[in-house]
Design a protein around this ligand. Sequence first.
Ligand SMILES: [Zn+2]
Length: 862
Amino acid sequence: MDPYRLPRTVVPNRYDLRLEPDLVTHTFAGEEIVAVDVTEATAQVVLNTAELAISEVVAENDAGARIHGVAATDEEAERSTLQLDGPLTVGPWRLRLRFQGTLNDKLRGFYRSTYKDPGGATRTIAATQFEATDARRAFPCWDEPDFKAVFATTLVIDPALTAVSNTTVVEEAVRDDKKVIRFADTIRMSTYLVAFVVGELEATDPVYVGRVPLRVCCVPGKRRLAAFGHEAGVTTLRFFEEYYGVPYPADKLDLLAIPDFAAGAMENLGAITFRETALLIDETAATHGELERVADVVAHENAHMWFGDLVTMSWWNGIWLNEAFATFMEMLAVDAWKPEWHRWTSFGVSRAAAFSVDGLWSTRPIEFPVLAPRDADAMFDVLTYEKGASVLRMLEQYLGPEVFRTGVRNYLRAHAYGNADTGDLWQALGEAASAPIPTVMDGWIFRPGYPLVSARLEDGELVLTQQRFTYLSSPPPALPWRPAPARVEAATQHWQIPVQVRVEAPGGGTVHRLLLGDKEARLAMPSGFSAVLVNEGGHGFYRVRHDGALLERLLARLPDGLAPIERFNLVNDTWAAAVAGLVPLPQYLEMMTRFRGERDRNVWTSLLASLHALNRVLRPDARPHLERFTRGLVGPAVADLGWAPRPGETDLLRQVRGDLIRALGTLGNDGPTQARAAELYTAALADPRAVDPNVLPALIAALAVSGDAARYAEFVERFRGAATPQEEQRYLYALTAFRPRALVEQTLAKTINGEIRTQDAPFVARALLMSVDARELAWQFIKAQWDTMDRLYPKHGLRRMCDGTTALATPELERDVHAFFADRKIDLGGRTLEQYLEQLRIAVALREREGDALAAYLAGAR
Ligand SMILES: [Zn+2]
């Protein structure tokens, strides 16, 4: 028997499901009738279960047959075999099962979450998180995405509580002191999309999108934070109905904020669950970045209602398309809703995150074969979401948005209520475009890495060539205790690259489109051209290296002769080239100084990220020089922008002001800024209107960096009593920025003593690893407490925490990290650990190669 795929001899059509959770004893009792088709006579039915006890098994059919059976459970395989007293004949049957389970605290399956009510008492709610394979923890089922069925759920709960599931309530009654809520049938869908939430929930009034009521639900006292997420839900749902040309596939939509939630959100059809920070927000007190996050996540999940829920991948190798597509659509929808946010420009930051992992030898192709579902766990990463979405955006720009949309519509219509694979989407897009898609796309999807396009001038022509971009010139040695990779792609690998080139000449700019393949491409330059930019518009998933003369012509156009995304790419690509040793580091630092007049938020994000990276590889004695360099770079912009918004300013400019003040007060360690921050912070406590919401988090960060025990105690209290999820996060992460050793130790203790939710604790530990002041202490603590963390955190928590080891950028720490992982034989899924260790190697190599030049440059810099 295939250990990962259930036999197809018994196929479910419909589940009538009845669950009775007990929020006091943390258990539930369940009963289900599953209508199945038996395709081959059998006395054995195999289905998935995990941590469930099946107490009763009966099979019945319409001819009056009734066969009893027993269940034998294999917990390791997460399967139960129903052994029946006689064979089920071919045809329709009903399986009736009774079972019992646990409301666990691991944030998966059917689990419990706690929160403090407005009166300060601890309350419990029960919620579900089934993707990828945890529906089997709530009810016995065929827990594979292509076993689609109709679900009819009934929840039996305490009369004081409320329940929400995928569909509308069709009946609600109180019987035997219990409230019985019956929900309407779902569409045919996959098990991982089933959801129920039980507790003291409050909901907003519905807003109708056509005939679909849309609400936001949360724990009591937080409904005042629902308006923005609600608006995002309504607006983007309308957008998707129009874009997809297919009606929303369920009868209602609830957006539910859950106090404990492992991921960001989950696209359960009609009942989307979120962590609170991704849905609940006070629009008047939030930063632009915090609002963008809510808009993004809501749009992303809504996009899944069609792409993922109505049409679903056949197996888990298809996760990438599911997530890449929803990420792409999230940008499109938010950009349509808030064009002034320039969402495709800020997507540059996401693309850059994918570039940094995909520039490793230990990267992976976007799509790869998946046997066991757990092989797909490591697919929930930047390569799936950010690289996948980038590559789809590049394809959309190449085909044209209209053609792309037509293909998507045809794909959804052809596969509605069913399952599909990557090839089905390529076919639909290819038909819409009248051109085969795989020839262009396969290199991006099925092979790892991405190209570096080099541009140079030769005899009046622009010459373009490509090679694979990697940070290290050759693969790092394999880890002897880890399985070897299937294969390592050679540096001679080539892609079909849709390239856009803009030539600036006296008469204006001209855009050329070409497909760069194995051979070099040549483009004649007009006489008197002033500059030429490769990757115009910035959508391509490749880096560009303009040679020295071309680069100088581009820099001469700063700030406004290049679009923000183009300036972003110029900074990001040059930084990557410096890290890879293709450009001397001082040359990059010199280039940075040309950006003092920059006002775009994303360009600054890239500039500041590189300063943080340098801070981690810097010799400690050079740190004051980096602080001075930072002040010299950022100070003029802050002086020009001031500390308060001016009339008519955009949201983005307000946000960049906050980002720059934060940089000056933290990385720049600027005394006057820290003093001013303290004054303004005090004023803001007295009157919140005294400080712009985009600036307030910068003040908190600056005060933490320079803060003492009294300030720490104050921030702990503010974290505990925060009025919004965003405020709670600000104070929580501020705790990771305090420098005194005793305070670092206090924060570390909170990551395992229950003071910080397990949904957040791994990220707090990660932030401490990333801090040059706390990293050594944090690493010692994590090594000592590894088993405790492994037991407490949701399963991807440790993986995300270990990302912080990439910041342990000294040769001694690097050796220690290797020794620890080797000694404990730690597996973070897929090639994740190899990726972290390679990133650490890159940082240490940069330190070893450029440390002296960096220190010398900074000491002499103005
Ligand atoms: Zn998603």
